[in-house]
Every structure is written in structure tokens, then in C-alpha cells.
Design a protein around this ligand. Structure first.
Ligand SMILES: Nc1ncnc2c1ncn2[C@@H]1O[C@H](COP(=O)(O)OP(=O)(O)OP(=O)(O)O)[C@@H](O)[C@H]1O
Length: 206
């Protein structure tokens, strides 16, 4: 068994952001979380990663509560949040090599190779603060190429800010991940362009 989510509920003050979210995600499967601005997509993804606690319900990874097996769970998880999480004064390759992925640092050559594959060969030697929004997003997404062995990818708006070609490339990377038995939870405002992705709709706010 992979990731299981039972009756997840999130309250904000007196209102309920979402309630009773249930799903099971197994090897090779993907779930697309959709909803209006403010409907709770990021909050749900943070709960799935163990970064926020549900008001009710639980998340299990391989049949164990994620909060009880945090270190093991995080070693199998790649989470890329809405914000890119990059250090602006470090060079693009340094951001990858110097600990963008806790516990999974890579060499300079590996970082440069990943950046080249994602179309950023020239930008690899520049500080991230000098890169465009889309280029920064690509640096963050180069982590996908450095973590193929992590079975669970949880990605918040991975294709926001990307041009069409880059979005298609990321789509292909995500499909390849699922094809080799990986699991994926993602949010996007556009329907992901690959077969078999399941749809989870969150309701309400804008
Ligand atoms: N720590 C917090 N405390 C209180 N309210 C919060 C907190 N974090 C988020 N919220 C609120 O919860 C709601 C859902 O936020 P969230 O970021 O999960 O939405 P989203 O669906 O990802 O939105 P978007 O599509 O705009 O990125 C918002 O109204 C937000 O203001």
C-alpha cells in the first residue's frame, strides 16, 4: 500500500475548509487536486506531507501513520511547494547541490546535468535572484530529475509560470515517474495532460 488518506478535515476558525477527504494512492497512480483559489489545495498537500495537522482524519504511508514514521516517510517523499524554496544568492546549481533535498545532496556535475536537461544549462552558473520566475521554477523542478528513486512526489502547482514547452517536458517527467511505479499528487489549475490521472475536487471558497 502507498499513501492513504482517511476522512481528512481542515477547519479555519468557525468554517470548514474541507472535510471527509478520502483516497488511496498506489504504485503507478496519480491524483490531481483541483479547486478554486483558497479552496485548500496547498493546505491539503501540506497535510499529506506531514507539515500541517488535520483537525480530523489521518494520513498513512505504507500502512503507518506518517506522523509516527516521519523520517522514513520523508526519505521516500519529494515535496515541491508553491514557493520555489530556493536561496536567491546561491547559483542555480548550488541550490540543487547544497541541500535543496534534505538527505539527498548531489554533486555539482549532477546538478548541472539536471539543469541542462531541464533547459537551463546557461542559467546554471547564475544566482537565482537574477533568474525569471519561470527559470526559478525550472530550477526547483530539476529536483525531480535528481530524485527518481523517491516513490512519492507531492507537487503544488508544478507547471505555474512555465512556458508551453517546459510544461510539456515536466508532464513527460511526471508520466515517466508513474510509469516506473512512482506515485504522484499534484495541484494545477489546468487539467494535467496525461492518461489515468484521478481527479479530486475541493469545494467552496474563492
Ligand atoms: N496557517 C493558516 N491559518 C489560517 N488560515 C490559513 C492558513 N493557511 C491557509 N489559510 C487559509 O486557508 C485557505 C486555503 O488556503 P490554501 O493556500 O490551502 O488554498 P489553495 O486552494 O491552495 O489556493 P490557491 O489556488 O490560491 O493557491 C485560504 O483562505 C487561506 O487564507
Amino acid at each position: 500500500m502507498g499513501l492513504t488518506c482517511q476522512q481528512l478535515t481542515c477547519r479555519r476558525g468557525r468554517s470548514t475548509l474541507f472535510a471527509g477527504v478520502n483516497f488511496k494512492l498506489q504504485a503507478g497512480e496519480a491524483i490531481w487536486v483541483q479547486g478554486r483559489n483558497g479552496s485548500g489545495k496547498t493546505t491539503l498537500l501540506r497535510m499529506l506531507c506531514g507539515l500541517a495537522r488535520p483537525d480530523r482524519g489521518a494520513v498513512h504511508w505504507r500502512d503507518q501513520p506518517i506522523l509516527a514514521t516521519r523520517a522514513q516517510f520523508h526519505s521516500e517523499l519529494l515535496h515541491i511547494g508553491h514557493a520555489d524554496g530556493l536561496k536567491p544568492d546561491l547559483l542555480a546549481w548550488e541550490n540543487l547541490a547544497l541541500g535543496a533535498l534534505p538527505g539527498a545532496r548531489c554533486t555539482r556535475a549532477e546538478a548541472e546535468q539536471a539543469l541542462a536537461e531541464i533547459g537551463l544549462a546557461a542559467a546554471a552558473q547564475r544566482p537565482v535572484r537574477l533568474l525569471s520566475q519561470g527559470q526559478r521554477k525550472r530550477v526547483a523542478l530539476a529536483r525531480l530529475l535528481l530524485a527518481p528513486q523517491r516513490p512519492l512526489w507531492i507537487l503544488d502547482e508544478p507547471i505555474a509560470s512555465l512556458d508551453q514547452a517546459a510544461a510539456a517536458q515536466v508532464g513527460a517527467i511526471l508520466q515517466a515517474h508513474c510509469a516506473r511505479g512512482g506515485m504522484l499528487v499534484l495541484t494545477t489549475h489546468q487539467q494535467p495532460d496525461f492518461p489515468g490521472v484521478r481527479h479530486l475536487q475541493l469545494g467552496a471558497p474563492c
